[in-house]
Design a protein around this ligand. Structure first.
Ligand code: WQD
Length: 340
């Protein structure tokens, strides 16, 4: 059995990836500080897979403890690094906190991997490295040094830290996966996204509104130059995102990578407007959502959409699940998590 270390493995995308790794026969070791996730994700993972991964509640900023954990798992073949703060607006209010967490934490991890002799790294990057481009669809050829938020900059620099760690031979090869807008939850409704406090992202805001936790959804902007005036994004199902990590891992394990550090966009290539998401949610779940329109959210652009053909070609991956799957699974998870 090949062992994989997953930082942030109790989080939203991390937990879905852990489920698929276990399903593919990997042994999984999770490192997470539970800052923005719950240990109960381990129960969900166990119910789905019949296996409970080894779990360490360790903060990546705690270098000594991190080293100790990594020293116990020198036989791991790879590390998938999800652990980071991820709220764009919050990152603008507390940029140093974001840099310290996401970048110092990642530096500790990458250096630690050298002594643990882990060969391969997959990095949870983001479409935010492209900044507010108007060139669509977005290919990997577009400059990936244009992030605008502290969150986005932390992902952009995170990719550079991977390059730096390769120079210092901390590991042998890496893939950065640049996600567009992952939404939805596992088909079992046993794991999903459960943001602490007021959600920043559209889908958890919608499900919390449907659950009565929020009074109404505010749609930011109805005067964008898009067909219905609301902003367009490339949404993809979190289970598809998880699959891409397994495919990226197999690419590295099989030595199929064409460079020491590759980067791939993860998107469906489909653009959906906020209103289309709201309507798809209402239709698929037979629910009427309360919503109002408001001013554009600062920093938002009219449209972002991926060209994911490189991932199709090189990883043999495509986003397969439909918008209906995304909105249905998101609501099934919210209901179950809230006992509704
Ligand atoms: C989507 C659309 C909002 C909330 C961000 C990061 C990105 C990635 C995903 C993850 C926008 C609108 C939202 C609401 C709304 N990172 N909206 N009402 O901004 O595309 O991407 O999250 O960790 O890197 O930048 O995602 O879900 O916040 O917004 O109308 O209450 O929904 O204005 O048009 P975004 P989002």
């Amino acid at each position: 059995m090949q062992k994989v270390i997953v930082t942030g493995g109790t989080g939203y995308i991390g937990s879905h990836t852990v489920v698929q790794l276990l399903g593919e026969g990997f042994e999984v070791v999770i490192i997470d500080n539970l800052l923005n996730s719950e240990a109960s994700a381990l129960d969900g993972i166990e119910k789905i897979t019949g296996q409970r991964p080894l779990f360490y509640q360790v903060d990546l900023l705690d270098y000594a403890n991190l080293q100790d954990v990594l020293a116990l798992h020198k036989d791991a073949v790879a590390c998938i690094h999800f652990a980071s703060l991820k709220a764009v607006a919050e990152s603008m209010e507390r940029p140093l906190w974001y840099y310290r967490n996401n970048l110092n934490g990642m530096t500790n991890l990458l250096e630690g991997l050298r002594s643990a002799s882990v060969e391969h790294v997959i990095f949870s990057s983001s479409a935010s490295v492209y900044g507010n481009t108007t060139v669509l669809p977005i290919t990997e050829a577009l400059p990936a040094r244009n992030a605008v938020s502290a969150y986005g900059i932390s992902k952009q620099v995170g990719e550079e830290l991977i390059d730096a760690a390769l120079v210092e031979a901390c590991f042998g090869s890496a893939i950065s996966l640049r996600y567009f807008n992952p939404i939805g939850a596992h088909s079992s409704a046993l794991i999903g996204e459960l943001p602490k406090g007021r959600p920043n992202n559209l889908m958890p805001y919608i499900t919390q509104t449907a659950a009565g936790i929020r009074q109404q959804l505010t749609i930011f902007g109805k005067d964008y130059p898009t067909p219905d005036g609301t902003a367009v994004r490339d949404y993809l199902h979190v289970e598809d995102v998880a699959t891409a990590h397994v495919k990226a891992l197999m690419r590295l394990l099989n030595g199929k990578n064409e460079a020491a550090h590759e980067a791939f966009n993860l998107g469906s290539g489909n653009g959906y407007s906020v209103l289309e998401i709201v309507q798809a949610f209402e239709r698929a779940n037979s629910i009427k959502l309360n919503y109002v329109f408001a001013e554009r959210r600062p920093g938002d652009v009219a449209e972002l959409r991926a060209d994911a053909s490189l991932a199709v070609e090189k990883l043999g991956w495509t986003a397969q699940r439909s918008l209906e799957d995304m909105v249905r699974s998101a609501w099934a998870w919210e209901r179950k998590a809230r006992g509704l």
